[in-house]
Write a protein that binds this ligand. Structure first.
Ligand code: AMP
Ligand code: ZN
Length: 116
């Protein structure tokens, strides 16, 4: 399951440290090392999928779980009232830099639309 050269797989196994805010049987949530908002966390499934593009029908329950965990963490961080943003960058052209599927959850400042 873990891919040898994948940063997020190494964070999941503990080989590389991460600032973990939540962990359950399917995913881990860590604080982004280069935060773009007062709250910026990454919801990362244990399963190594390169991107959303690699997800198939069997992954639908996992994807739903990741979104709900992101919402729960955003609420725990106090962003229920003012809102928060969930982002999945898919492919280098869309800004993906770590090729292990993850959901960004950002909150604590006004968000603009359209995103850059
Ligand atoms: P993306 O560009 O959508 O693939 O998102 C990857 C995110 O991982 C970026 O926001 C990086 O700041 C973040 N990141 C890279 N290395 C680490 C790390 N060691 N711990 C936490 N976040 C990281
Ligand atoms: Zn991985």
């Amino acid at each position: 399951m873990a891919e040898g050269n994948c940063l997020f797989c190494k964070i999941i196994t503990g080989d590389i440290p991460g600032d973990v805010v939540h962990r359950d049987e399917r995913c881990v949530v860590i604080r982004d090392i280069n935060p773009q908002a007062p709250t910026h966390v990454l919801v990362i499934p244990f399963e190594h999928l390169e991107s959303l593009d690699d997800a198939s029908q069997k992954d639908e329950p996992l994807l739903g779980h990741l979104l709900r965990v992101g919402a729960r963490v955003a609420n725990d961080e106090g962003h229920s009232e003012n809102g928060y943003r969930t982002v999945i960058n898919t492919g280098a052209g869309a800004g993906q830099s770590v090729f292990h599927l993850h959901i960004h959850v950002l909150g604590g400042r006004p968000m603009h639309w359209p995103p850059g």
